[in-house]
Design a protein. Structure first.
Length: 319
């Protein structure tokens, strides 16, 4: 794992440094881990989500180099997929996005992509469970409380520490990789139905995460996009397929000869979403089929596209 300069900061210290207590009832003596590589800073906020089988219940919040502080923030919330250690305790966010030499985790060096985008945007990555369990995020009001806690952390321990008032969210992007696509639906539904957030929620990005055939992911996302014309849905998928015999219940064999191929994994629901979007003329839905030339493998999908997606988001400010 790549090493980084680490500082431990406490809420009360930062409050004093900012010129006085802002909300003493919300302050905590628990130290906040903070590292500065890559720049500008990463905060590890101890936001209690009640996620099972997680040793370090923290949310990583990355502030890019040359970040310009203001009264509002633009935020990307990224939901991880199934953990490499499943069913054992999940990898901490500090290890997840900071393991350049790990054969799998090196694909999730996402902070560098935020810096590469040149956009004045903050990344928040909560530690999810081994099977992408989200704990309290799935509860009524849970994601709103989580977003408030992220804002508190930035105000008390991050670059917004000198502001008189806690910053607010201007624009919000929800993103997910792999198994994080299930909670992505829940968060999109909750925030899309919330008058305080529905106009701030600009995009939902699924990085090879639209698996739900039984859950009818294609129907959900086409319906959600139709109901939120001011928000964009972008789903990336890697096309996979399998051979099917004359008897589809049995494997292909000399006694059950090949009959046809059928899409597997994320391919079928993604292709169905593309069909529904065209049929309903949904201009705010994009379905992107990956190729070997564009993406090496399933784990590389987020890193391959993150910087370019941010650059294309016209509503985000440059740093």
């Amino acid at each position: 794992m790549k090493s980084s300069p680490i500082l431990l900061l406490s809420f009360p210290y930062l409050l004093v440094a900012a010129g006085g207590a802002k909300n003493e009832s919300a302050a905590s003596d628990e130290p906040i881990r903070r590292d500065t590589a890559p720049p500008l800073m990463s905060l590890y906020l101890p936001i209690p989500l009640g996620v099972p089988r997680v040793d370090a219940q923290s949310t990583g919040v990355f502030v890019p180099a040359n970040y310009r502080v203001g009264k509002t923030i633009d935020l990307v919330v990224f939901l991880r997929g199934y953990d490499i250690n499943r069913p054992k305790a999940a990898t901490s966010v500090a290890e997840y996005w900071n393991s350049s030499k790990h054969p799998i985790l090196r694909s999730f060096m996402l902070r560098e992509e935020i810096n590469k985008s040149g956009k004045n945007v903050i990344l928040a990555v909560p530690t999810l469970g081994p099977f992408a369990e989200v704990g309290k995020l799935k509860d009524d009001g849970g994601v709103q409380q989580f977003l408030g806690n992220v804002l508190d952390g930035l105000w008390r321990s991050g670059p917004h520490v000198g502001l008189k008032d806690r910053p607010t969210i201007r624009h919000l992007i929800l993103a997910a990789h792999s198994g994080g696509g299930v909670p992505l639906r829940r968060l999109a539904q909750d925030l899309g139905d919330d008058d305080a957030y529905k106009d701030k929620l600009k995009e939902c990005w699924g990085f090879d995460s639209i698996y739900g055939v039984k859950d009818k992911d294609a129907d959900f996302w086409s319906g959600w996009a139709k109901g939120h014309p001011g928000s964009k849905v972008t789903m990336f998928y890697i096309f996979t397929q399998k051979d099917v015999g004359k008897d589809p219940k049995l494997p292909v064999s000399p006694s059950n000869p090949f009959d046809h191929r059928t899409p597997t994994g994320t391919a079928f629901p993604a292709m169905e979403l593309e069909r529904l979007a065209k049929a309903q003329m949904l201009g705010n839905v994009a379905v992107v089929r990956e190729t070997k030339a564009s993406t090496l493998n399933h784990n590389e999908v987020p890193r391959t596209h993150l910087a370019d997606l941010l650059k294309a988001a016209h509503y985000l400010d440059d740093r």
